[in-house]
Write a protein that binds this ligand. Sequence first.
Ligand SMILES: [Zn+2]
Length: 381
Amino acid sequence: MTQKLYENNSHIRDFCATVISCSESEAGYHIILDKTAFFPEGGGQASDKGTIGEAQITDVQTVEGEIIHFSDKPLVEGEEYECHIDWNRRFRYMQNHSGEHIICGLINKYFGFDNVGFHLGEDEVTMDINGILNREQLRMIENLANEAVYKNAKFSVLYPTAQELPDMEYRSKLDITEDVRIVTVEGYDACACCAPHVDSAGEIGIIKILDFFRMRDGIRIYIKCGFDALEDYEGRYMSTKLIADLLSAKQYEVSDAVEKLIGSIAEQKHINSELKKRLIEAKISVFGTKEEKTAVFEEGLDVKELQLYADGLYKLCGGIRGVFSKMADTNYNFAICGDATQLDKFFAEFKTKLNVRGGGRNGMVQGSVQNKREEISGVFL
Ligand SMILES: [Zn+2]
């Protein structure tokens, strides 16, 4: 059985180990070592990555009790290799996982709720709590969690005996009594957990609760800790700064500025549509024709405006009156008005001659047509 170096020393990033077995698999090679500091995926935390000799380790899984390193190259059985953990990845996981323990310990202490789900992946850290908390309560938990960081609360790992275990208070109580690994954060938490953690809370850095939403009878919380939180802050800062500069607003007032902007866009839209309405009315008032059927071509009219225009022309001159708004060279939106019976007949012909989608009733049809302007005009001759 592989010795798990990460269980008692979470800070080993380089080590030497002997290959016990190497077998070919569908997607590379399965390596078993005599000892390893690679943490296999487990307890919600994704696996470590790194190298064994020249081989890239892309995944580590526990399969039937054995720790399998997924490798891109074969390694020689019985040979000793230098191994390196992708420390940047691992340390970020440790920061987030340790931060999660502090938050869950505090939620349990202050509100009595349990952590019933945890996911620590490359892009997201989530935890599920079996009770409802609001933003204000989570702010309090976040403050207390960061206080634990400033106090540099100590992390330690205990393996209580079967006799000691029943009397111990810890989260994620297990049915088993053997080899139970308890991770404690002095003054904050004790929890059964198999993953590597920081030695003291100062290593975590900032603990930030980002968001949360209701899930069944509880909530899912999104957090970022340490370097991930710093990177997230930088991304949000630059984005806010850009918006603030564009709006000539102070960064803390961007939401007010955006609200104002949205209001003024809505106002402009209203003015714009009033102007277009008047323009359509003006165009209708000077319209004159002896033709029984006409097609007018415009740009930038929406369905309502097309209907208003076509209806106005029909009321003024009778006949069949179509108005088309260009969307692309062979794509027009349209409305056509006319006497109901005549229009039905015309529209049936219109549809057989052109590539039309749409319909209507009571003397008005609308839709879109995928043809050239000359082809459309041809049907109105
Ligand atoms: Zn844990």
